[in-house]
Design a protein around this ligand. Structure first.
Ligand code: GAP
Length: 449
C-alpha cells in the first residue's frame, strides 16, 4: 500500500539525506528543475545501468548510441515538434498563473485553492492559445531566427537520423534496435510532483526496427512484455503496475498502437505513466527521408528488396522511474523491542546507493582500525559507508532510511576470531561471517536481480 503522504515524505528525506535538491536553491530555486546529490546520483545511475544492461549489453540485436542534444532544426520540423508539440495554454490576467486549457479540471486557483481556475469571481482567463514546449536557443554569435536551435524534447530523433549510420557500421539485420540514454527538455506548463514532471529530465529510449511486411505486431507485444518485466525486476510491486492502452482519441497521429506502463505513486498522484511502448509505423523514418532528401531504406539482401522499417519504441524516464522506486520502497514501521520506529527505503539491493554500512561497535580496542581497513578493502568493489559515531541502533536506522541492504558490525568477537555480524535491512536478521568472506557475500546479493 502506498503511504498517503509519500510525496511530502520523499521530498524531505531526499533533501535531508542528499538524494535530490532543488536546483539553484540559494537563489530561490528554478521551476521544476532538480539536482541529484551524492546518494541520488548513485541511485539514478544504478537505474540507468540496469536499463543499459537489459537493453544493450545482454542482447545481440540492440546497439547503443549517444547522440547530441543540439540537432539541425530541420529534424524538429520533420518530426512534427515545431508545428505540433504544443499544449493549449490559458493565462489568468488577475493572478498571472498559467494553466493547461485541457487540464483545468485538475487545476486549482492559486487565490482560492478550493476552486478551479475560472470559478473564483476575480479569475480572468484568456482564450486558449497553443504553446510550444520546446526550449529555443541560438547557435553562434547572432541571435536571429536563422540561428535558432532547440534543446531536444526527446532522445528518439537522434536515433532515427542515425539509423543507417548504425546499421551500416554494425551490419545489423532487421529486426534490430538502437538504444540511448540522455537528457531531454520540455517547457512544461504544469510541471510538478517533485521529479515526476520536470523541465529537464533523462530518457532511456530504444527504437526497434522491424520489417513492415513481417511480424511487427508480435514484436510490439514482445516489447510490452519485456518492459513490464523489467519494471517488476527492479522491485516495483506487481499490484502497483498496469498497462494503459491509448484510446483512439489519445493515440498520436503517427502511432498504430500505444500502451503506457503506469505505476501507482500513491500520495494523491495515483496511477501515472512511467513508460510508453509505441508502434510508430514508418512515420519517423519516412518523414526524415522526406525532409532530408536522403534515403533511409534498409536493404534486405537475401530477398533483394528495400524498405523503410516500422519502429517499435520503448521510452522510459530515468527520473520518473527513480521516483517510482522511492515511492515503492518508502515505509515507516515499528521495530520489535524498540520504542522508536524506523523509516526504510526498501530499494532492490542492486539499486541501493550504498551496499554496506560498516560500523565498529565502539571507538576502542582496535575496532575502528579493523572496520576502516575492511571498508578500504571493500570500497573498490561496491559503495560502502563507514560510520563510527553515535549509538549502533541510530547508525542502523540512518542506513535503513537510505536503503542500504547490509550493515556490518565489528565487535569484540571480531577482534578474537575475525568474524563480523551482517544485518539484513529488511528481515533485521543478523548472522556472523568471516570478515574475509564479506566481499563475496555482499557481491552475490547486490547483482542485477
Ligand atoms: N519518444 C517518445 C516520448 O518521448 P513520452 O511519453 O513523451 O514519449 C516518455 O515520454 C517518457 O519520458 C515518459 O513515460 C516519462 O517517463 C518521461 N517523461 C516525459 N516527460 C517528462 C517530464 N516532463 N518530466 C519527467 N519525465 C518525463
Amino acid at each position: 500500500m502506498p503511504h498517503p503522504d509519500v510525496m511530502d515524505k520523499l521530498v524531505s528525506l531526499c533533501k535531508r539525506r542528499g538524494f535530490i535538491f532543488q536546483s539553484s536553491e540559494i537563489y530561490g530555486g528554478t521551476g521544476s528543475v532538480w539536482d541529484y546529490g551524492p546518494l541520488g546520483v548513485e541511485l539514478k545511475k544504478n537505474v540507468k545501468d540496469r536499463w543499459w544492461h537489459a537493453m544493450v549489453r545482454s542482447r545481440d540485436d540492440i546497439e547503443g548510441l549517444d547522440a547530441a542534444i543540439l540537432m539541425n532544426p530541420r529534424v524538429w520540423e520533420a518530426s512534427g515538434h515545431v508545428s505540433g508539440f504544443t499544449d493549449p495554454l490559458v493565462d489568468c490576467k488577475a493572478c498571472k498563473a498559467r494553466f493547461r486549457a485541457d487540464k483545468l479540471e485538475d487545476a486549482r486557483c492559486p487565490r482560492k485553492p478550493s476552486r478551479r481556475p475560472g470559478e473564483h469571481t476575480d479569475c480572468q482567463l484568456t482564450e486558449p492559445r497553443q504553446f510550444n514546449l520546446m526550449f529555443k536557443t541560438f547557435m553562434g554569435p547572432v541571435e536571429e531566427s536563422a540561428a535558432v536551435v532547440y534543446l531536444r524534447p526527446e532522445t528518439a530523433q537522434g536515433i532515427y537520423v542515425n539509423f543507417l549510420n548504425v546499421q551500416q557500421a554494425t551490419r545489423q539485420k532487421v529486426p534490430f534496435g538502437i538504444a540511448q540514454i540522455g537528457k531531454a527538455f520540455r517547457n512544461e506548463i504544469t510541471p510538478g510532483n517533485f521529479i515526476f514532471r520536470t523541465r529537464e529530465f533523462e530518457q532511456m529510449e530504444m527504437q526497434f526496427f522491424v520489417d513492415p511486411n513481417g511480424d511487427h505486431m508480435q514484436w510490439f507485444e514482445f516489447w510490452k512484455a519485456q518492459r513490464m518485466a523489467w519494471h517488476a525486476s527492479l522491485g516495483l510491486q506487481h499490484d502497483r503496475l498496469l498497462f494503459h492502452q491509448h484510446s483512439p482519441e489519445e493515440l498520436a497521429h503517427y502511432a498504430r498502437a500505444a500502451f503506457d506502463i503506469q505505476f501507482d505513486f500513491g500520495g494523491g498522484l495515483g496511477f501515472q505513466e512511467i513508460e510508453g511502448v509505441h508502434h510508430r509505423g514508418d512515420f519517423d523514418l519516412g518523414r526524415h527521408q522526406e525532409y532530408s532528401g536522403k534515403k533511409l531504406e534498409y536493404f534486405d539482401q537475401p530477398n533483394n528488396r528495400r524498405f523503410v522499417p516500422f519502429v517499435i519504441e520503448t521510452s522510459v524516464g530515468a527520473d520518473r522511474t527513480t521516483l517510482a522506486l522511492l515511492a515503492n520502497g518508502y515505509r515507516e514501521e515499528a521495530v520489535p523491542g524498540e520504542d522508536e520506529g524506523r523509516v526504510v527505503l526498501g530499494l532492490h539491493p542492486s539499486l541501493a546507493p550504498i551496499k554496506a554500512g560498516i560500523f565498529p561497535l565502539v571507538k576502542k580496542d582496535g575496532m575502528p582500525e579493523f572496520a576502516a581497513k575492511l571498508a578500504g578493502e571493500l570500497r573498490p568493489h561496491f559503495p560502502v559507508f563507514y560510520d563510527e559515531s553515535g549509538a549502533i541502533g541510530r547508525r542502523y536506522r540512518r542506513q535503513d532510511e537510505v536503503g542500504t541492504p547490509f550493515c556490518l558490525t565489528i565487535d569484540g568477537e571480531t577482534m578474537l576470531n575475525g568474524t563480523v555480524t551482517v544485518r539484513d535491512r529488511d528481515s533485521l536478521r543478523q548472522e556472523r561471517i568471516a570478515a574475509d568472506a564479506v566481499r563475496d557475500y555482499v557481491s552475490a546479493r547486490v547483482g542485477n536481480g
